[in-house]
Design a protein around this ligand. Structure first.
Ligand SMILES: [Zn+2]
Ligand SMILES: [Zn+2]
Length: 446
């Protein structure tokens, strides 16, 4: 057995030894779901677990985020292993919090188990000392871009700059000493087999919209009111009329929810709020679709004589998976589950959704594989992890083994990855792009 194979065997044995502990962590987080920037209990829990492992870490990054380090025997590149802290809100999910509707309907609870599993594996005797470089363990808040009004208010209060976890980690400098990053997401899609690598997804911008009308008696004096709900309905119908102008290959998605429809049934609605999303395959097509959305929002206001306040919030950039990292991850995944159970998606295969790992991928090499460990519909009431071995243990092993590949010897593989893949933009360019996408408009027809 080569030195690398011996180290990987030790990594796997150490993770197996902590199998029940790791799965129990994932299940505990499942039963205590908290949406983005509310992950107070979850964050405290992760910190306790890191303390149990005696891993020094910082808390409170981007409100609830955590970053710890495992330092190798010699200085070298730093590889981040990321777990997402946040849940969604899906009412009626089997594991939903009855009070908040929060539910882990995207499997993020498994990612924290994976991240701690990587730590456990790399802390096996002799392994850590054999590494040239460091591992940054990052528990990151708020990947699901929900509760837009709450986040916008945090931004207005100066508590957040960018309004999603990894975006804000980048802005705050938490990625400044990181050279490359990896995480694994759960999947229920059969085409992801037990593991999949590759593919891309949509980028997006986020909309926070308020239609302002005039309240009056809905029965006695509707002529004195301005109905903000009707303005919103015209806007949303106009948006539907736009759909035929979208090209399939741009994978545009226009969607949203009304978060406030009025205050009382007998008063003409005067304050109606909409949270929306404009997704697409690149920044240019997103900008085009976003301009159409803004026209529709204005059209609703114009028709009713209402006012509309439109905030466009910088969302995510499409993900670019690094080929060399994919190859390393894939070869380890194959060892664990067999070659026939590891799928490779072409780089232009678009999953339709979005992730802020896309933002990280613009400034450093990343890999974001999926693990087929769930059943049901992603973000649906029936999205359930049915195989915790595949949801937590195997991804932890695959990532830890990939770290061994990257950082053993003089970290030659990590240096090779960095030399091969200069990132599309610098951190400063990324921050400038995102700040240019933040636009506030008030449209009030006269
Ligand atoms: Zn999700
Ligand atoms: Zn997710």
């Amino acid at each position: 057995m080569s030195n690398i194979e011996e180290l990987k065997a030790k990594v796997k044995a150490a993770i197996d030894e902590r199998r029940d502990w790791l799965i129990d962590i994932a299940r505990t987080i499942l039963d205590n779901p908290e949406p983005g920037f509310h992950e107070v209990k979850t964050s405290r829990y992760v910190s306790e677990k890191l303390n149990e492992l005696r891993i020094a870490h910082e808390t409170g990054i981007a409100l609830t985020g955590i970053k710890g380090y495992l330092r190798g025997g010699r200085p070298g590149p730093t590889v981040a292993v990321i777990g997402e802290l946040d849940s969604l809100r899906v009412l009626e999910h089997a594991h939903a919090d009855p009070e908040t509707g929060a539910a882990h309907a995207c499997g993020h609870h498994c990612q924290i188990g994976m991240m701690l599993g990587v730590a456990v594996g790399l802390m096996a005797p002799d392994v850590r000392d054999a590494l040239t470089g460091n591992v940054a363990l990052m528990a990151v808040p708020a990947e699901e871009f929900i509760d837009v009004e709450y986040r916008w208010n945090l931004h207005q209060e100066g508590k957040l700059g960018l309004m999603a976890g990894k975006q804000e980690f980048i802005r705050l400098g938490a990625f400044d000493d990181v050279d490359m990053a990896m995480m694994v997401h759960t999947s229920a899609a059969p085409e992801d087999k037990r593991f999949s690598v590759g593919g891309t997804n949509n980028g997006h911008v986020v909309k926070y919209v308020r239609f302002v009308g005039k309240a009056s008696h809905a029965g006695g004096a509707p002529h004195q009111g301005v109905n903000a709900l009707q303005a919103a309905m015209i806007a949303l119908n106009a948006l539907n009329a736009q759909r035929e102008t979208m090209r399939n290959e741009d994978t545009i998605r226009l969607h949203g929810i009304l978060t406030r429809g009025g205050a009382a049934v007998n008063s003409v609605p005067a304050d109606v709020r909409y949270e929306g999303r404009v997704r697409g395959r690149d920044a240019a097509v997103i900008a085009d679709a976003n301009a159409k959305m803004d026209r529709c929002l204005r059209a609703g206001a114009l028709a009713l004589g209402a006012k509309v306040e439109i905030v466009t919030i910088p969302g995510y950039l499409p993900i670019k998976n690094d080929e060399a990292l994919m190859d390393l991850f894939k070869s380890n995944a194959r060892v664990l589950v067999g070659a026939s159970e590891v799928a490779t998606h072409s780089s232009d295969r678009n999953r339709g959704g979005s992730t802020d790992m896309g933002d990280v991928s613009q400034i450093m090499p990343v890999v974001h594989p999926y693990t087929g460990a769930a059943t049901g519909t992603g973000h649906g009431t029936d999205y359930i992890i049915n195989d915790y071995e595949q949801a937590v243990i195997n991804p932890a092993k695959a990532m830890a083994m990939t770290v061994v590949d990257l950082l053993t010897g003089d970290a030659a593989k990590a240096k090779e990855v960095l030399a091969k893949s200069p990132p599309p933009m610098t951190k400063d360019q990324y921050l400038a792009l995102q700040s240019s996408r933040l636009v506030e408009e008030v449209y009030e027809p006269v």
